[in-house]
Design a protein around this ligand. Structure first.
Ligand SMILES: [Zn+2]
Length: 208
């Protein structure tokens, strides 16, 4: 059952352990699959578990009107060299206590030119959080550098099931959010960037 749920939730790597609904909020217990990690200290591979950090609540994209909270305990691995380190968890943004796709979801909303206050009220998060997230982005595709990365995410927004996000991976900047991931629409968006800028791009990363 949980595999199906996982597909439904599009949590990609995260494994769903169980789901509870309490007072209209959906709590989903998740974990990262256990896998070999490279020690940041000595670069040896290890799959030895040291311990787990206390459970944290991570905000995720709401389902209809109900809020979604992931319950997650980060695993720590142990290396033979004596170093203990926390597992890789790209989908979870520790600084913001939210998932990456929730961040994109907020950005997409901000891209629709609604106010910080509107977004904060709708998602029941603080205006400060919304503003911090807004500071992360430069909504200008003209800032593209040598690397661009495009990824899809399920935003549950508007008329399209999937949205796409363009990131500058070198500077960890979100460059743009697209309303869908169709080639024709993405091409149209790209054609608004000057040829000169486009020719500067040396690496294009995409696994859609
Ligand atoms: Zn080590």
């Amino acid at each position: 059952m949980y595999n199906d749920t996982q597909k439904l939730l599009e949590l990609k790597e995260l494994k769903v352990k169980n789901i509870k609904i309490i007072k209209g909020t959906r709590y989903i217990k998740v974990e990262m699959p256990r896998k070999p990690h490279i020690c940041p200290c000595c670069s040896q591979e290890t799959n030895m578990i040291h311990d787990y950090l206390p459970e944290r609540q991570i905000k995720d994209i709401p389902f209809g009107v109900s809020k979604t909270v992931l319950l997650y305990r980060a695993r720590r691995y142990h290396c033979k060299c004596g170093k203990n380190f926390v597992e890789n968890k790209e989908q979870i943004l520790s600084n913001y206590q939210m998932t990456q796709r929730y961040l994109f979801y907020i950005l997409e909303k901000l891209g629709k030119k609604v106010s910080f206050k509107d977004v904060a009220e709708e998602l029941k998060i603080s205006i400060t959080t919304v503003m911090r997230i807004f500071d992360l982005v430069k909504y200008s595709v003209n800032d593209i550098g040598e690397y661009i990365c495009i990824d899809e995410f399920k935003g549950n927004l508007g008329d399209y099931k999937y949205q796409a996000v363009m990131i500058d991976p070198q500077n960890s900047k979100v460059l743009n959010i697209f309303k869908n991931r169709f080639k024709v629409d993405l091409s149209k968006e790209f054609s608004t960037i000057s040829k000169e800028r486009r020719y500067k791009v040396k690496f294009f990363i995409c696994d859609m």
